[in-house]
Write a protein that binds this ligand. Structure first.
Ligand code: HT9
Ligand code: FE2
Length: 351
């Protein structure tokens, strides 16, 4: 396939105190998130002056991609658009159209499947194209890359490095704990089901958890591990994936664990869900429990991660380019229509 541009697509985050509430309204529009939760989360952003680190992390990733592409190709103009904050996807897609772009690949800063981590990005790309209208480029989202060696290796090294910094304790017992963003159970159940049904005849769903478990096993190697959840949102009566990292730390301490390494394999950079929910909240929980606590790094701009992005582009542009994968879950270039479709998160009633 001929592509004439590369597009980085990310979540977006506020870059000053006045951005926080409008950003949160963009994220939660129509999603049934209670006001109290929004006020809480606004407070987390205010601890950092209303600035999420995510946009700066995207700029650093873009710079690294640009540098790498400049040396060995591919020779493609590089664009950046976010779902929830400036630079908004619609503005970027309009710029691409004005620059004469016809067909672009899109790399999304989430490696996994589910409505929130995949389909919603695709929907927002489609909405941006519709808003731009005539002449908007075709935009093909790059496949899930959870088990690509360029994603697994930086996480694996970071876990070893974190383990090495845990203080030695006599009779100490250490646990490796992986985390990812929790999602509603209904979203977890439908994740990937439609495309898996088309591929295998069976609608397996649960793709988000299956991919995370696959990555956890690959990163852990011969270490024992747990997979738990963080950053739960939504009304309390709606079931989300659990246990929460804080509950899990409490259970571990009660069972005699003395130290933990927490590795956020659900994320590729140290954005607010990492620096607040893990480095601030979970770290406090661990301290109160007397647990030694270290958080492992995310890939960020690790050269292997940047090389992976290049390889994912070459997979789509050069016939026969290897499609690297360490796991067994199938990946595909195009999701079926309706895969991971959103369910209206309306109020919960009896019966
Ligand atoms: C699966 C998943 C990922 C991982 C995949 C990916 O990376 O995309 C992710 C990432 C992120 N989530 C982020 C921020 C927020 N997520 C929220 C709310 C929600 N997230 C959800 C899921 C996910 N979220 C869901 C199901 C909701 C409920 C509302 C809804 O159904 O959509 C809210 C609203 C307030 C609240 O927390 O309730 C905020 C502010 C940031 C930016 C951090 C920064 O600013 O640095 C990032 C990278
Ligand atoms: Fe989120």
């Amino acid at each position: 396939m001929e592509y004439d541009a590369f597009l980085l697509v990310s979540f977006g985050g506020p870059e000053g105190p006045d951005d926080v509430l409008p950003f949160l309204r963009n994220v939660t529009r129509g999603r049934g998130v209670p006001e109290e939760r929004l006020a809480d989360v606004a407070e987390h952003y205010r601890h950092f002056g209303g600035v999420s680190p995510i946009n700066e992390q995207c700029r650093e990733l873009l710079a690294a991609i640009r540098e790498r592409f400049a040396v060995d190709g591919p020779d493609l103009p590089i664009y950046w658009g976010n779902r929830n904050w400036h630079p908004f996807l619609t503005d970027t897609v309009r710029q691409m159209r004005d620059d004469g772009v016809r067909r672009s690949l899109a790399f999304v800063t989430s490696p996994y499947g589910s409505y929130s981590s995949c389909r919603q990005y695709q929907d927002d790309i489609d909405r941006a194209r519709a808003e731009v209208g005539d002449g908007a480029p075709v935009i093909d989202k790059i496949r899930h890359y959870h088990d690509h060696p360029g994603h697994v290796a930086p996480h694996a090294d970071a876990v070893r490095a974190a383990l090495a910094t845990l203080p030695e304790r006599e009779n100490g017992r250490t646990r490796l704990v992986f985390t990812a963003h929790s999602i509603p159970v209904s979203m977890a159940e439908s994740a990937g089901a439609v495309t898996m049904a088309a591929l295998t005849g069976t609608a397996t769903g649960r793709r988000y958890e299956a991919q995370l478990r696959e990555v956890a096993g690959l990163v852990a190697g011969d270490l024992e591990w747990d997979l738990v959840w963080q950053s739960r949102s939504g009304p309390p009566q709606v079931p989300w994936l659990g246990p929460d990292i804080n509950e899990h730390l409490t259970a571990l301490a009660a069972g005699g664990t003395t130290g933990v390494v927490v590795s956020p394999i659900g994320f590729i950079s140290d954005h607010l869900e990492v620096v607040w929910d893990l480095d601030t909240e979970a770290a406090q929980t661990a301290k109160a429990l007397g647990l030694d606590y270290v958080r492992a790094a995310t890939p960020g701009t690790d050269p292997r991660f940047v090389e992976m992005i290049r390889a994912l582009v070459l997979e789509r542009t050069e016939p026969g380019h290897p499609r690297e994968a360490l796991g067994r879950l199938p990946t595909w270039d195009y999701c079926e229509a309706g895969c991971c479709a959103a369910r209206r998160p309306g109020p919960v009633t009896n019966g």
